[in-house]
Each structure stands twice: as structure tokens, then as C-alpha cells.
Design a protein. Structure first.
Length: 331
């Protein structure tokens, strides 16, 4: 198939390699000429994915929007979530009317509290059956190294989910399918907030018990919010839920975990942002989760505590104290 990836960041590029390994013709669209030339002329992304020396031959790049998508059967969006709406507006009318649009993004839009399925569909005026989300424990560097991994493709039209899954299946990358798009979106976005908190506790020197407490309470919070938003609770026990929590909350390869860890070590939000190796989606998503919780009448103590860390600079100890009320409650 002809597949275009919009955004040649770490995951966009690594996923582009998966698609190329699966036998597709892959075109990367990037706005930076240095990245376009690197991929097109040298099969290398020296800005965002240095660990891969040579990207596959069936992978090229362009900075021209119309050219990038003109023959695309699948268009994959891998742009930092808060910029997806504005970036996609420039592609409206250019994407072939039968192409499936796939989002790799894990975030909630600040200001609107909308999930990426909502943002992408609104920006491109796309019917639900032509939208798919991909989410799972997918740390980009490990997948770029072709380590075995799995993910979940979600689309309300299961045949289209299968089509996308087939297009990204290789001997090291396995894709499952679901119709629970909302569940995938909620899992991927909310686990980043949990990873910030776990990273912060780790950076402050706390051990396994504290990490397990935050991950478990975080899972309960994202499950409650997801259910209220219309997700299938089963999704939260799968690869995109527990699976991604384990990967992201346990690895320094995660930008969210590392961002939190730097806060726990005493860096300010500005300092942690400066040293971040790519976008830490949990940072802008935290406030959006609190707003969504208010909207859906679901308590979000973890997201609220992290929002106070990010806006008021409360300590790790204060953040953890915020997770629980004074009264004794059932788990
Ligand atoms: N890295 C990972 O392991 C995984 C990431 N994800 C998700 O995938 C998404 C992308 O992540 P990743 O590739 O790693 O992030 P990076 O930080 O490496 O890259 C972000 C990408 O967004 C682009 N971008 C930012 N602002 C704009 C804009 N205004 N217009 C156009 N493009 C823009 C950047 O372009 P430029 O280079 O020009 O700034 C870059 O291509 C995120 O939502 C993330 O949560 C999901 C699973 C795994
Ligand atoms: O989503 C991810 C792994 O599944 C990547 O996490 P980060 O965005 O924190 O690096």
C-alpha cells in the first residue's frame, strides 16, 4: 500500500519503518527541510531518531503537503497532540476521499478537552469509519531497534481496523484490533499523566511500593474516566491500558516518565521542558484531564495533584498526599 506519515518525530519515524518493513511504500511528511532531506537523501533522521543508522529503502520524505498525500491509501498522523488541529487544517481537501486516517497521538486537547479522534475527525471532516487510532506499549526506540512488540488498532469499522493492522504487521510487530476507539484514546492519553507522577516519585527517590500505588490508583482513575466517556472497561485491562502503563511508567525511554523524574529531582517545569527529548504529552494533557473529569463528574485526584505540581510547583510528598482524602474508603 501507499502510506503517508505526517510528522517525522521519534514515533512517526519508527512507525514509518514498521510500515516499510511490512512492505508498504512509505512517504514521510515533515515541515523541517533538514529532516526531509535526511530521510529522502540519506535514509536517516538525525534530528528525532538518531539510533537508526539507515531507514528502509522503501521510505522517502517530502515537505510538500499535496504531494505527500496525493496517492495515499492510509494517512498516519504523528504530530504533537496540541498542534494536531492546526497542522491538519492544511491537509483538509488534500487527502484522497477513500483514505483511512490513523492517529498515533496520545493526548487530550487543552482548552476543548477533546480526544485526538475528535480533533482529527473535526479538522479533516472525516467520517468515523475512516478514522483509526493506534495505541499500546510502544516505546519508539525499542520498536526502531525491531524488538518484539504489540499494539492495538481501533476503528468503529472493524474491517478498516483489520486493514490498518495488516498494513503494520511484521515479524516483530503484532497488531490486534478493536472497535473501542474511545478506550484506546483514553488509555493512551491518561497513562502519560500517570507516568509523570510515577517518574516524579522515582526521581524523588521512592521505590516499588510507591510506584505500584500510583500506577494502580492511576489505572482506577483512567478506567473511571474512560467508562464515563463511553469506553469499554475491558480495554483498560489490555495492551493499551495496563500494558502501556507498565511500559511507560517503568522506562527512562518514556519522555513523560523522564519529565516527571526530573521534577522529582528538583528541576522546575521550565528546566524539565528544556531537557526533554521530544514532546511529553502528559504535561498539557493533565489540565485537560481535570477539565474532562469535571465535565463528566468523575473525580480525578491524580490528574488534579499533577496539575498542582505543574502550575504551583508542589512537592512530590504533597502530590502524593493529594491522592487520598482523610476518610477511610473502600478501594
Ligand atoms: N515516542 C514514542 O515512543 C511514542 C509516541 N506516541 C505519541 O505519538 C505522538 C508523536 O510523538 P513523537 O513522534 O514521539 O514526538 P516527537 O516529539 O519526537 O515529535 C513531535 C512531532 O510533532 C511535530 N509537530 C509539532 N508541532 C507541529 C506543528 N505545529 N505542525 C506540524 N508538526 C508539528 C514535530 O515536528 P518538528 O520536528 O518540525 O518539530 C514532530 O514531527 C505523540 O502524541 C506521542 O504521545 C505514541 C506512542 C509511542
Ligand atoms: O507512549 C509511549 C509508549 O507507549 C511513549 O511514551 P512517551 O511519550 O512518554 O515517550
Amino acid at each position: 500500500m501507499n502510506i503517508t506519515v505526517l510528522g517525522a518525530g521519534a514515533w512517526g519515524t519508527a512507525f514509518g519503518q514498521v510500515l516499510a518493513d511490512a512492505g508498504n511504500n512509505v512517504t514521510m511528511w515533515a515541515r523541517e527541510p533538514e529532516i526531509v532531506e535526511g530521510i529522502r537523501d540519506h535514509h536517516h533522521n538525525g534530528v528525532r531518531l538518531l539510533s537508526v543508522e539507515k531507514l528502509p529503502d522503501n521510505m522517502t520524505a517530502t515537505g510538500d503537503r499535496a504531494e505527500s498525500v496525493k496517492d495515499a491509501e492510509i494517512v498516519v498522523v504523528a504530530i504533537a497532540a496540541q498542534f494536531a488541529r492546526v497542522a491538519l487544517a492544511d491537509f483538509k481537501g488534500l487527502i484522497p476521499s477513500d483514505a483511512i486516517v490513523v492517529s498515533l497521538m496520545k493526548g487530550i486537547e487543552r482548552g476543548t478537552s477533546k480526544r485526538m479522534d475528535e480533533v482529527v475527525r473535526e479538522a479533516l471532516d472525516l467520517p468515523a469509519e475512516r478514522f483509526a487510532a493506534i495505541s499500546g506499549p510502544n516505546l519508539s526506540k525499542e520498536i526502531a531497534d525491531r524488538q518484539p512488540a504489540a499494539t492495538v488498532v481501533g476503528c468503529v469499522d472493524i474491517d478498516n481496523a483489520r486493514k490498518v493492522a495488516a498494513a503494520c504487521t511484521t515479524d516483530y510487530f503484532k497488531a490486534f484490533v478493536t472497535t473501542d476507539v474511545i478506550g484506546l484514546e483514553m488509555c493512551g492519553s491518561l497513562k502519560n499523566v500517570v507516568a509523570l507522577a510515577v517518574g516524579m516519585a522515582r526521581g524523588a527517590g521512592y521505590g516499588e511500593n510507591t510506584a505500584a500505588m500510583i500506577e494502580t490508583r492511576g489505572l482506577a482513575e483512567l478506567t473511571a474516566l474512560g467508562k464515563a466517556a463511553g469506553a469499554d472497561p475491558k480495554t483498560f485491562a489490555g495492551l493499551a491500558g495496563v500494558g502501556d502503563l507498565i511500559a511507560t511508567c517503568g522506562s527512562p525511554l518514556s519522555r513523560n516518565y523522564t519529565f516527571g523524574s526530573n521534577l522529582g529531582k528538583g528541576l522546575s517545569v521550565e528546566e524539565a521542558t528544556r531537557v526533554s527529548n521530544g514532546v511529553a504529552e502528559g504535561v498539557p494533557t493533565t489540565d485537560a484531564v481535570v477539565a474532562l473529569g469535571d465535565e463528566l463528574d468523575v473525580p480525578t485526584p491524580l490528574a488534579y495533584a499533577m496539575s498542582r505540581v505543574l502550575s504551583e510547583g508542589i512537592s512530590c510528598q504533597q502530590m502524593l498526599a493529594e491522592l487520598f482524602g482523610a476518610e477511610i474508603t473502600e478501594e
